[in-house]
Design a binder for this molecule. Structure first.
Ligand SMILES: [Fe+2]
Length: 311
């Protein structure tokens, strides 16, 4: 029997990426922060989680960094069904103060970083179809909960994420007084590009020195069965010690295995790098980074222009 949704619509499918009426209705009402209606997940949705988890688990044990594996143990994510965010948060909150917060879709850049500053992680609740397990351009709950959230159990990593949030506030502080509107937008666009690039290389696709040379802590790697092994074990990717000046000027493409990866020594090292990034921003070093991907959307730019720096 179909369920009636809060907005009055009928449930015809579960919470599959791109096919979820619940999400469409939330977006049409302008609701970014939502609840996770766990009862709406279909059997196919749970099957997707089970297959994704089951096939990548042995690769985590070989290629993931030890902090991730400890986080995985602490969270006790279910193997055979989509997790409930409330259960995840019950374990996560006492460890680092972080929590996963359900969202209906893309979170504009300033809001995303500001959430990190408040120790909230915007979390997608839909899941990829079980016939498309290998690649999806947008995040899903497997990427967000299995790829990101185990890292949030680690104190040093959590502090680095909060420092990313500070960077977004510094960006607003540093550009709010620029009188010329075109110049203000130009500088902000450059800073958002630099932050996005650094986040990409340091959080989504980061490698760390560790067991057998290097291991993965980046969430884009830890949620990808194919790319995790490619990033750590293949001789194809170029791997270099993280350098801020390189990362912030380096374009990337999202729809291919990454040809270039950066390595950090530890999460204290990662924190120091983000801290230095914030100081570089204050010194104006992010005001004119190299052009190229990623593009900065009107929505992302506006999120910074309208931000309340005192929040
Ligand atoms: Fe991600």
């Amino acid at each position: 029997m179909p369920l009636t949704l809060p907005g009055g619509g009928l449930l015809t499918s579960g919470l599959t990426t791109g096919q979820a009426p619940f999400i469409e209705e939330a977006r049409s009402r302008g609701e970014l922060y939502i609840e996770q209606p766990w009862e709406l997940y279909s059997d196919d949705n749970h099957e997707s989680w089970k297959r994704l988890y089951g096939r990548i688990r042995p690769r985590w044990e070989r290629y993931a960094n030890e902090h991730f594996l400890r986080g995985l143990d602490a969270l006790e994510l279910p193997r055979d069904r989509v997790p409930r965010l409330a259960e995840v948060n019950r374990t996560l909150r006492p460890l680092t103060g972080f929590e996963a917060r359900a969202v209906s879709g893309y979170v504009p850049a300033f809001l995303f970083f500001d959430c990190l500053r408040r120790r909230e992680f915007p979390t997608t609740i839909t899941i990829r179809p079980h016939d498309k397990l290998d690649y999806l351009p947008e995040p899903d709950i497997f990427h967000d909960i299995a790829g990101h959230v185990p890292m949030h159990t680690d104190r040093a990593f959590a502090e680095a994420l909060v420092r990313f949030g500070d960077c977004a506030h510094t960006a607003v502080d540093m550009t709010a007084a620029v009188k010329d509107e075109a110049e203000q937008c130009r500088r902000l666009t450059s800073i958002i590009k630099a932050l996005s690039r650094f986040f990409w290389f340091a959080v989504e696709f980061g490698l760390m020195r560790g067991r057998n040379g290097v291991c993965a802590y980046g969430s884009g790697l830890l949620s990808s069965y194919g790319e995790l092994e490619h990033a750590v074990a293949s001789d194809r990717p170029q791997r270099y010690p993280m350098q801020i000046e390189w990362a912030i000027n380096q374009a990337f493409e999202i729809d291919r295995y990454q040809p270039l990866l950066f390595i950090v020594d530890s999460f204290d090292h990662l924190f120091d790098l983000v801290d230095r990034l914030e100081k570089w921003m204050r010194a104006g070093k992010l005001n004119d980074v190299a052009p190229g991907e990623p593009g900065v959307s009107e929505t992302d730019l506006r999120s910074f222009l309208r931000a309340d720096p005192s929040s």
